[in-house]
Every structure is written in C-alpha cells, then in structure tokens.
Design a protein around this ligand. Sequence first.
Ligand code: ADP
Ligand code: MG
Length: 450
Amino acid sequence: MLDLKYIFQGVLDYVREKYDYIDVTMNLWFNPLKLIKMDGGRVTVLCGDDWKRSVIEEKYFSSLIDGFQHELEIKEIDLTLITQEEYEAAQAEEQKKKAEEIKKEENKEEEIYINPAYTFNNFVVGSSNRVAYETSLLVCNSPAEYYNPLFLYGPSGLGKTHLLFAIINEIKKNRPDFKVVYITCEEFTNMLVDSISKKTDPMIFRSKFRGLDFLLVDDIQFLAGKKAVQEEMFHTFEALYNKGKQVVFASDRHPSEMENIDKRLTTRFSMGGLFDIEPPDTELRQAIFKHKADNYGVEIPNNVLQFLAENIKTNIRQIEGAIKTLKAHSLINGEEISLAMAKRVLSEYLRKAEEDSINAEKILKYVSMRYGIKKEDITGPKRDTAVKNARHICAFLMRDMLNLTYKEIGNILGKHHSTIMDSCLKVEGNIKKSDTYRREIEEIERELKA
Ligand code: ADP
Ligand code: MG
C-alpha cells in the first residue's frame, strides 16, 4: 500500500513539474486521486464521483498517462479511473467472495481417510506403549486440559498413527460438533505451497486450521529444513493453543533430535507432554499377534503365536503381514495352522525379519564402514586412536541397542570384559560432554534402526 502511495506521489510530482499546473489545479484535480491497484502497466485510480471523472478524462488523462509512463518506465499504460461508489461496491463484492471461500474451505470434508478400525479398543497395550495410549485417551476425553500439545514419538510402525486415528474416531463419536482435523506434515506443506503459488488470500489457508477445536499433525519430523512451513505451523499452534484448543503431534524422533528446525517450535513441542513408544517386547508382540489373528478371524494355536512373537520383532506392520500370509495360505490349501506350517510358510518373512533386525554383525559392519576401519582391526589388537574410537562405539552400541553383557561383547570384539566396560563408560562420558558426539551416536543408532 505504501508503495502505491509513494509511486503515485512520484507521478504527481512529475506531472506538476512538466505541465506547470498551479496549486489550485493540483489541489482540485490531482491531489485527491488515489492509486489503488497496479499490475504492470495496468493501473487503477480512485477519483471521487462521476463528474470529476469526466473532467479528468477530458482534460488531464494524457498527463496522468505521461506521468505513469515516466514513473513506471513502462510505455503501455492502461489507466482506469473508478469512482468511490464503484470502488466500494467492488470491495463489498470481494469481501463477500472471500467470506464464502473461507466458509467453503472450513466446511470442506477432510480429504484424508481415517481408518475406522484404528480405535483405542483395537490397540493392544503393553509396557512399551502404555503411556502413549493413556495420554492419548486423556487428551481425547479432556482436550487441552492436561497435555497441550501432546507429542508422541517413536520409530516407524509402532502405532503412532493408529493412536492419532483412535483419538479422531473417538471424538467423532462423542463430540460430533467438534471441528477436528488430522493432517500429515507433508499434506500441510502441500496445501501451504499450493496456497502460496495460487496467490490465494493467506487467510483462507489460515482459517482452515486456526478455527479448529482439535488438530492432529502426523509425521512432524518432515518439518525439518522447511522454514516457511515451520513458521506457519508455529502460528497455527500458537493460535490454537491460545484459544485453549488441543494439538497433538506425532514424530519418528524426539524434538531434540530434529535438525534444521526453529528452536521456538521444538520448545513448543516439548512444553506439553512428550511421550515415546518403544518397540514391543515379546509378551506384547504375542498379545498383538493374538489380537490381530482374532480380528482377521484366524485361529492360531498358542505355540505358533509364541513362535511368531519370538521371531518377528521389528515392527507391528510385519505382524499383520505374517497373519495375513498364514490366513491366505490356510484358506487356499485348506491346511490348519501349525508350528511346522508356520515355519515353512513364513520362512521368507522370518529371513527378512532377521535381515531387518539389528545384530552385532550389523553394528560391526556399519561402524567399520562409517569410519573406514577394517572389521579385523576393530576386533584385532591395534591400538591407534581411530581404531580404539571405533571399538568403543561398537561396544557401546552393542550394549545400548542389543542389551548384551560386557562378557558377550568382549567375546565378539576379542577383548576382556573390563576393557569393554571402559569403552562403554568412555562413550557415555563423551555423550554427556559433547552435543556433537551425542548427535553422532544418535545418528548411528537411527541409521542402524532404519
Ligand atoms: P506408526 O504411525 O508409528 O508408523 P502405525 O500406527 O501406522 O505406526 O502402525 C502400524 C500398524 O501396526 C498399523 O496397522 C497399526 O494398526 C498396527 N499397530 C501398531 N501398534 C499396535 C498395537 N499396540 N495394537 C494393535 N495394532 C497396532
Ligand atoms: Mg505413522
């Protein structure tokens, strides 16, 4: 707006100078004019009423054109003079259109499919996911009272999206009037980019999110490195939070492990309730197997369930896949599900699960590759700093990720168990002392798990 005023002043100064208009002329005909729109050489000037317009068109039109040509350095000037009345009518029309668009956007059905089967009832609870489950239930029943935002994090395939959907399904049932939206960070990004590139009024995008009762944003880790999206997410959160509305975030990592993200946001993420979901232990895996089998209407004997739980460990998606495979097989071949049959049918699965799971060999291989040190050197007698460092890290990872004893690690790395203990302590000490070091170790663990 200021630009327009400034530009138009330039036009007027030029005209006055060039055509030598006296003050009375300027004050009567030129100074009251207002430049209200400019798009390249297409300019719109507000000029009072009809009578004034006809006078200006007759006597001063060409000098105005000349002024714009000079000021904008554009030859083709398309000048429109509009009256106050026309201007107000156009504005009212625009306001109306905008209000309609906002309304339409607000009432738009969600595009994202919320699986109705993802409910709290269908979520099997164990020690690794109990807190996440209970806090989800809590914010669902008492929005914005206890944890705002609620921030759930944990590796892929452990039930974060399931819990988010469960919250929505529950809210839809209990509070049908509630305006609740689930969105992935990616979808949020796409919508924002779309709105910016189409140059639609930012209010339309904003009103969609800032007028909600409950917002759930999944896979928030994808915010990393996206400045404009972070900005928008921050203000969305602030707006909802200040109005006492609940926000839930899910992420595959802790806020402190999110890089390239505005500090203001990570602070907000951490200020409500921060809860993680850990990989399920054997007991929970068995319960999930049982639950899924019941859901799919397949009968699986206990010894098979136990076998599956002990061997399929990485994530819960694999559990579902295994059950479906068993069911399909028994249906097609009319064979009852037994331990022998499960072992045979799932051999492919189990091999894959084995490949996916982290073991000592995998750690050794990864560390050796990352630091360019031969595996034989890590397990051998060499004592130079680089080799020792790699060895310390291997020992620490085997302890931290595999829960192996010092003795077991010692056998793998060919060292006495007291040496291994020293190695682990050294790494732990470094983690405490240096953020860079800590991040390095976290990154290694993340990549090993991926
Ligand atoms: P995430 O979002 O953490 O990657 P999902 O919520 O997509 O994981 O879960 C992957 C699959 O595992 C889904 O089909 C989900 O229903 C199932 N699942 C995860 N945790 C549980 C659980 N505790 N009980 C039952 N099913 C689960
Ligand atoms: Mg998910």
